[in-house]
Write a protein that binds this ligand. Structure first.
Ligand code: ATP
Ligand code: MG
Length: 219
């Protein structure tokens, strides 16, 4: 049975598709993985996969798309049987789809940039996470810092504010602001397959941390 990782956020452009595609590519190196794009008609993950098929032979990575939460639930029900991981790229709004992703996922990642606007919009998601938790106690949503500007004072202060305001757990792995993320995305690649060693290392660290969390939840 697959474990499910949902990538959710109410705000657009925060890095959901970047994390979903990279995580799916890295996890599929070892285990059958399905990437489910739920952000249609935009379909960034689906477009990435289409380009990817022309670049790299696909063995362990499959793509599926879902237009609404019912489709997602039935699709996931089928895919869990013969995959080890399902990675869901969610839509940029609170809707039935986001609620369904929260409830069905083993772990949800909430990408967040260290900017006040992103922190405020994430606060809107908190109610939805709480509601989902009342329905299913296992709901686990954690922040992933993206475009994190290292040791700047502003980034430190904002991440501290987010910690206090949002009260969500966060991954230790963080992603910096690197052009490699948009370059790799456009080419259907993961940063793992691209030239930037720092991006490669931080995405690997993220994937390792996710794997570790999932492993502990399996016990
Ligand atoms: N850490 C980063 N450094 C530099 N660019 C990044 C980073 N993360 C994401 N980007 C770029 O920012 C843009 C938005 O990222 P992405 O598409 O992953 O976000 P999203 O939340 O899925 O957005 P959308 O609402 O459009 O679906 C993309 O061009 C992506 O390549
Ligand atoms: Mg996207």
């Amino acid at each position: 049975m697959a474990q499910i990782v949902g990538i959710i956020q109410v705000k657009g452009g925060v890095g959901r598709s970047t994390i979903a595609t990279n995580l799916a590519a890295i996890l599929s190196l070892k285990k059958p993985t399905a990437l489910i794009d739920c952000d249609l008609p935009q379909g960034t993950s689906a477009s990435w996969y289409a380009v990817r098929q022309t670049e790299v032979p696909q063995k362990n990575l499959t793509l599926a798309t879902a237009r609404n939460h019912r489709e997602l639930v039935s699709l996931a029900g089928e895919l869990v049987r013969d995959h080890r991981y399902l990675i869901i790229d969610g839509p940029p709004r609170i809707a039935e789809m986001t609620r369904a992703i929260l409830v069905m996922s083993t772990l949800c990642l909430v990408p967040l940039g260290a900017s006040a606007a992103e922190i405020w919009s994430t606060a809107d998601l908190l109610g939805t996470i709480e509601e989902a938790r009342r329905l299913a106690h296992h709901v686990d949503a954690r922040i992933v810092w993206n475009r994190f500007r290292g040791q700047t004072r502003e980034a430190q202060e904002l991440s501290e504010a987010a910690r206090q305001e949002l009260g969500l757990r966060e991954l230790t792995a963080r992603l910096g602001y690197r052009v490699a993320y948009s370059e790799a995305l456009a080419r259907g690649l993961s940063v793992d397959e691209w030239l930037d060693r720092t991006a490669h290392a931080e995405m690997r660290a993220l994937a390792d941390e996710v794997k570790q969390i999932l492993k502990e939840k399996r016990k």
